[in-house]
Design a protein around this ligand. Structure first.
Ligand code: AMP
Length: 595
């Protein structure tokens, strides 16, 4: 028998584990008989740990020792967390966040250990391997951190799988006819993605993926809490009071997915004051409208990215507990102009898909190839601080791409390769995943030849290779840990900002490219003119073009500079040819006289 592999959905709010047993993918229930286990970890004063509903129950007594939503901190730096986390986050020596003295990877590992334990207990055998899912929007650092969490839990992580791809498998979309297109709308507790897949020759291609790593059901709970606080003049609550409010808000929200009205009940909440109020589904929908609107914006962007209209899609599937909300279903149906497929349990689909993928990999199910895409473009910084994209956003992985670079100045002995992720034209506006120095023999400007190659493996992890072609010396950098150095803002915001700044960015790129060209041309033209190489009838046109370029440079505007540089380039064509000729004659003469 082939070695079994688990499929694990490591969710922000809940986690689940599955496996292929006797040819069928199944989810494995915990001791409470539930196939879903809360992603909650209690860490006691002397380091003892409890996971799942046992941990949640401790929240009433020791709220400050129960960690939830740890997925939000995975692969992030402490400085990026801000006030975005329910518990106190401290900063470790390496700048990484610590909660109750433990890293997000260690805390996630506790959840994964629990998933492994449930599976081993149910299957009555040891299991060492797993496929773990992550949101499509997770960048390198977050994927690498998830993989390490698996290893800390004693699992060999054979694949990091995008959640929407897993969901598509669970919905059996592989059985659709060729060129069918599907949108997966995944709104869970803490993250949102919209992914568009296309079936091609029996294989899933991801056409586009958009989302927000800080958008989920928790945020709607928080909106509801704010409303309760305002209504009852509670001020901003914290600690145990806030947890009580959040729990009651979440309960009311869930009830309103089924009922038209519910009651918010908080006995003896504020001293001896009790809170009691009615909340209707319509009121919740008013509160939820902007929150749902945020998800719809990502849907529209994904459609635009894939260059599709809603009518081009063959199915829309819903994943994640928050898609149980009727208003969410309604809005998604309206936007995509079709009723979404809700045939799977929205909170089990991802784990089921992960189990199917693990079955494919272990050989327990027939072979099926899955293709994922890069959520953001990857590239390096080049002259003038420009972003040079090597692998564009939405490229199918695994993939490889390379380009040749050279030295910008005479006598330069090394070059710094800055690896960037993002959609902006200027390097400074993208995130730096890491950087390293490549040494080469000093020589004149433009002499060195350094090949830079990006390789992304099936888990979405990036390896960068830089080769000095003169010596064939390779520098290889795996961007596992270095990727943590990303100045990470929300990935969705990155894409949003690139749209927002599209015109400014493009004109800055045009200006920079034209400036670099001008800086090359001006001294060369100056030298040629002072050597008296220009013919009289050329000279005045060249001088006027030079003046134009200088004026445009000073004005800082892109288009006039581009036009002026083109004019100068054109005016000096004949002169440049004569310069080359003269240089060759001089060289020949030197050679002859030297011999
Ligand atoms: P997931 O991350 O997919 O497990 O989704 C968890 C999120 O779904 C949480 O924010 C829950 O509050 C939310 N959720 C679960 N069931 C319901 C429901 N019946 N109605 C509304 N939200 C729900």
């Amino acid at each position: 028998m082939s070695e079994p592999i688990l499929g694990i959905d490591l969710g922000t709010t809940n986690s689940a584990v599955g496996i292929v047993d006797s040819g069928f993918p199944i989810l494995l229930a915990n001791e409470d008989g539930r196939r879903i286990t809360p992603s909650a970890v209690w860490i006691g004063k002397s380091g003892e740990v409890e996971v799942g509903s046992k941990a949640l129950r401790r929240r009433a007594v020791e709220p400050e020792r129960v960690v939830t939503s740890i997925k939000r901190l995975m692969g992030r730096r402490a400085s990026e967390v801000g006030g975005n986390f329910p518990l106190t986050v401290s900063t470790g020596d390496d700048g990484l966040p610590l909660v109750l003295g433990r890293s997000p990877e260690e805390i996630s590992a506790e959840i994964l250990k629990e998933m492994k334990r449930i599976a081993e207990w149910r299957m009555e055998m040891p299991i060492r391997k797993a496929v773990i899912t992550v949101p499509a929007y997770f960048h390198d650092a977050q994927r690498a951190a998830t993989k390490r969490a698996g290893e800390l839990a004693g699992l060999e992580v054979v694949r990091i799988l995008n959640e929407p791809t897993a969901a598509a498998l669970a919905y059996g979309l592989d059985k659709l006819s060729d060129h069918s297109r599907v949108a997966v709308y995944d709104l869970g507790g803490g993250t949102f993605d919209l992914t568009i897949l296309e079936m091609q020759d029996g294989v899933f291609q991801v056409l586009a993926t958009h989302g927000d790593t800080r958008l989920g059901g928790d945020d709607l709970d928080a909106l509801l809490v704010r409303r309760i606080e305002e209504r009852h003049s509670l001020g901003e609550t914290s600690g145990a009071a806030r947890i009580r409010l959040m729990e009651e808000a979440e309960r009311a929200k869930r009830t309103l997915s089924e009922a038209d009205e519910t009651k918010i009940l908080l006995p003896f909440f504020d001293g001896d004051r009790s809170i009691e109020e009615r909340l209707s589904r319509a009121e919740l929908e008013t509160i939820a409208a902007p929150w749902i609107g945020r998800t719809l914006r990502h849907c529209r962007q994904a459609l635009a990215d894939a260059d599709l209209k809603p009518a081009d899609l063959d199915a829309v599937v819903l994943v994640g507990g928050s898609t149980r909300i009727p208003a969410v279903r309604r809005e998604v149906a309206a936007l995509f102009e079709r009723e979404p497929d809700v045939s799977q349990h929205p909170d089990e689909a991802i784990a089921l898909g992960a189990a199917i993928q693990s079955g494919v990999m272990s050989g327990a199910l027939r072979k099926m190839v899955l293709l994922d895409v890069t959520p953001l473009s990857l590239g390096i910084e080049t002259f003038g601080g420009l972003m040079n994209v090597l692998i564009p956003r939405n490229t199918t992985i695994p993939c490889k791409a390379g380009e040749m670079f050279t030295n910008a100045a005479d006598g330069q002995t090394s070059m710094r390769v800055r690896v960037l992720q993002g959609e902006r034209e200027m390097a400074r506006d993208n995130w730096e995943l890491g950087n390293f120095e490549v040494a080469f023999e000093p020589g004149p400007k433009g002499r060195a030849r350094v090949g830079v190659q990006f390789k992304i493996d099936a888990d979405g992890i990036l390896e960068v290779l830089a080769r000095d072609t003169a010596t064939n010396n390779d520098t290889i950098v795996k961007l596992g840990n270095a990727a943590v150095n990303v100045d990470d803002e929300d990935v969705g915001r990155m894409v949003g900002e690139s749209v927002e700044h599209a015109f400014d960015d493009m004109s800055e790129r045009i200006f920079t490219e034209a400036r670099l060209k001008a800086e090359e041309l001006l001294p060369a033209v100056d030298a040629a003119l002072s050597q008296g190489l220009a013919l009289d009838d050329e000279r005045s046109e060249i001088e006027s073009a030079v003046a134009d370029v200088k004026t445009a440079l000073a004005s800082g505007s892109a288009h006039p500079l581009k036009v002026a540089v083109q004019r100068l380039d054109h005016a000096t064509e004949a002169l440049a040819a004569r310069l080359v000729e003269k240089a060759m004659d001089d060289a020949l003469e030197r050679k002859l006289s030297g011999d």
